[in-house]
Design a protein around this ligand. Structure first.
Ligand code: SF4
Length: 702
């Protein structure tokens, strides 16, 4: 995956950013007498991206190759980072962790991972927590990405895989609902799947409080009030039922719970749903008829529906739509949770979550514990129990129950809600260690920073949004003294006298153990090998045996639940946890922009991407702006009950008059999560990022 000749290096790789995992070739050329190399990026076809790259992918080499990398371990002494050797860095970690564990117990150390880590690193981080440190406190930033859809999929279908169908099924759908997903900016290379579906006659419905590149493609845009997606789905369900647009045979043969759902829907009033959701009754009917009458259809949800304090139930209500109409388990019929992070799918399957072990096994299930303990060669009684979710870990940090935190590939100070609270907590830590390849806002607070390799330098598997496992091989040497994430974990384990459990010489050896640990679990990778991935265009899980082709389309005959049937569930018309008031009269919703990824640590360092979006902004309707005496392009303060940020005002009639939008990619005084709501969904512990109450005022310097 790397060819080097006459000053030209050719690197075959995948874009590190979103869950499509587009394939590309980067050519680095250093001309005679030139101090800096030049780069050329060539999109390469793979099954998901079909040879496309978006602007992020085209520039994904810049943040890795053009300086600003953390190249050596850095230890903070007297408030300043100083270069130290790896041995000094490891010695500091072992000394501090050992002290804290003897003073406060084994659970005084927490680990915090990320959805951009390879499967191998995510797997090993989970094992390192449970076997290396024997702490129950581990979770990761994917809690903020997929937890609502994941928990809903498990409850309703018995399995959580982002897409139940291959992407190629999209153009076989006659009606497509895109709920709270802005594919045009978040996964741009998927757009042709939808435009092709439209060319073949599909009717597209978009649900979003804002008009975006995605909603502009739709035939019908339902401009829902933030936080009212579940209620809107109730309206559509009611119409389907009343108009006889349901699939009786499917309901009878393949679902449970219909009577309770019907009773619940009978008790609701469509007029009230229209009032609550902000979507007129006629449009709710139109959407329900389009989806109900179509012979095939797919529904996609993303963070707009999921990042709610009722995100779990909101997703379940969209799954109710699928089940009532029997639109699953056939070509062109299915569900997709559109994963945001590069390895948002695989990152959640192998034990980074507080409640899970590899293969989606449950840490509280005795059989699951016994199986994984057997693979790891430990007594099941040694395995710690269930910890807490990502934001709850930050609360434990604040309460000083967690005294040291090890963060790998994540920037929690910007990605957690109520970020001022999170920052205060992190400052109380006795020891904060960050493993990353670029300096982040969280790394600035660290006591110790460990330089990690970037995507061009390490080998590992990534699982895309379809559940297709892809191998990305290293295409250049490590920068400076950087080490792979898994190497860091193995080195630390050996210094903690746990070397016997971490004997890995490369990523493939870790994958071999992951295969075994996932065997028989829901996310079963046993039939997948590196050799196979080198020969095939990725392999779908579950893949239980080496000769198995991988499951491209799920639930064709049954659901993996005891009854083999899926669950229909009544869902209440929940209101958001924080409502607007005279003091905070506007809803705030958050999201992404085309050029940026997650907290922007990588994309803000890419000159080409940063030049397109140099700073954050607040999008506000011109009528609303006039009401609050705001001028376009000026700095404004956006304040909630938790804090205040300062961003430039951007007028747009694309947004509802009662709502403002701020993107999530900037830190410090532009960090929108300083003001977002930290109330959590009761089931999946997803914070309510997508709606809180704010006021916007001109920013006046004293
Ligand atoms: Fe592809 Fe996503 Fe990268 Fe864009 S950001 S090139 S869509 S993987």
């Amino acid at each position: 995956h790397q060819v080097e000749q006459n000053g030209v290096r050719v690197m075959d790789t995948q874009c590190p950013f979103c869950s499509v995992q587009c394939k590309m070739q980067i050519i680095e050329e250093r001309g005679a007498g030139e101090s800096r190399p030049s780069y050329q990026v060539i999109p390469k076809p793979n099954a998901a991206s079909e040879g496309r790259l978006c602007i992020k992918g085209m520039n994904a080499y810049q943040h890795v190759l053009t300086g600003e990398r953390i190249e050596y371990p850095l230890l903070k002494k007297d408030g300043r980072f100083e270069r130290v050797s790896w041995e000094e860095a490891y010695e500091a970690i072992v000394r501090r962790f050992t002290q804290l564990r003897s003073l406060y117990g084994q659970h005084s150390i927490g680990l915090y991972g990320g959805g951009s880590l390879t499967n191998e690193s995510a797997y090993l981080l989970g094992k390192f927590a449970r076997v290396g440190l024997r702490t129950k406190y581990i979770d990761y930033n994917g809690r903020f990405c997929m937890s609502a859809a994941a928990s809903a999929g498990v409850k309703v279908f018995g399995m959580d895989r982002g897409l139940t169908n291959p992407l190629s099924d999209i153009e076989r759908a006659d009606c497509i609902i895109l709920a709270g997903t802005n594919i045009a900016e978040c996964q741009p290379t998927l757009m042709p799947y939808f435009t092709r579906a439209k060319e073949k006659g599909a009717f597209l419905i978009a649900i979003d409080p804002r008009e975006t590149g995605t909603t502009r493609m739709a035939d019908l845009h339902l401009r829902v009030r933030p936080g009212m997606d579940a209620t809107l789905a109730n309206g559509m369900l009611k119409v389907l039922l009343e108009e006889g647009l349901t699939d009786e045979a499917f309901i009878q043969n393949r679902t449970e719970g219909f009577a309770e759902l019907k009773e619940h829907l009978d008790s609701l009033e469509l007029a009230e749903i229209a009032e609550l959701s902000g979507v007129p009754e006629g449009l709710i009917r139109k959407a329900a008829f389009a989806y109900g009458k179509a012979s095939t259809g797919m529904i996609f949800t993303a963070r707009g529906v999921e990042q709610q304090t009722d995100g779990h139930m909101a997703v379940r209500n969209f799954l109710n739509l699928i089940l009532l109409t029997g639109k699953i388990g056939r070509p062109g019929c299915g569900y997709g949770a559109v994963t945001g992070q590069g390895n948002g799918q695989g990152g959640r399957e192998h034990g980074q979550k507080a409640d899970q072990l590899p293969g989606y096994r449950l840490i509280e299930n005795p059989e699951d514990r016994a199986y994984v303990a057997g693979v790891w060669g430990i007594d099941p009684a040694e395995l710690p129990g269930k910890g807490v979710s990502a934001y709850e870990m930050m609360q434990k940090v604040h309460e000083q129950e967690i005294r040291a935190l090890f963060v790998m590939g994540s920037n929690p100070i910007v990605s957690n809600p109520n970020a001022n609270f999170v920052e205060e907590g992190l400052k109380k830590l006795d020891f904060l260690v960050i493993a990353d390849f670029l300096m982040s806002e969280t790394a600035q607070l660290a006591d110790l920073i460990l330089p990690a390799t970037a995507y061009l330098e390490n080998t590992g598997t990534m699982t895309n949004l379809e559940g297709r496992v892809l191998l990305r091989e290293a295409s250049r040497p490590a920068s400076g003294e950087a080490k792979h994430d898994w190497q860091i974990l193995c080195d630390l384990a050996s210094r903690l006298d746990r070397a016997a459990f971490f004997p890995f010489a490369d990523a493939e050896e870790i994958f071999e153990e992951l295969r075994l640990a996932s065997r028989g679990g829901t996310a079963d990778y046993y039939g997948i090998t590196y050799d196979r991935l080198r020969q095939e265009e990725g392999v779908y899980w579950p893949c239980p045996e080496p000769g198995h082709p991988g499951a491209e389309r799920l639930f064709e005959e049954s659901f993996p639940l005891a009854s083999r049937k899926a669950y229909l569930t009544p869902v209440e018309n929940h209101l958001p946890k924080e409502l607007i008031s005279p003091d905070y009269p506007l809803f705030l919703t958050t999201g992404r922009v085309l050029t940026q990824y997650l907290t922007g640590v990588q994309t803000r360092r890419s000159p080409a991407l940063a030049a397109r979006d140099v700073e954050s902004f607040v999008e506000i309707h011109p009528s609303t702006a006039r009401k609050y005496r705001l001028e376009e392009g000026t700095l404004v303060a956006v304040a909630s009950r938790r804090g205040e940020i300062y961003v430039r005002c951007r007028f747009s009639s694309d947004i509802r008059e009662d709502t403002v939008f701020v993107p999530m990619h900037w830190g410090d005084t532009q960090n929108v999560n300083k003001i977002t709501l930290d109330a959590l969904d009761p089931t999946c512990r997803m914070p309510g990022f997508k709606v809180c109450a704010v006021h916007v005022t001109p920013f006046l310097l004293n």
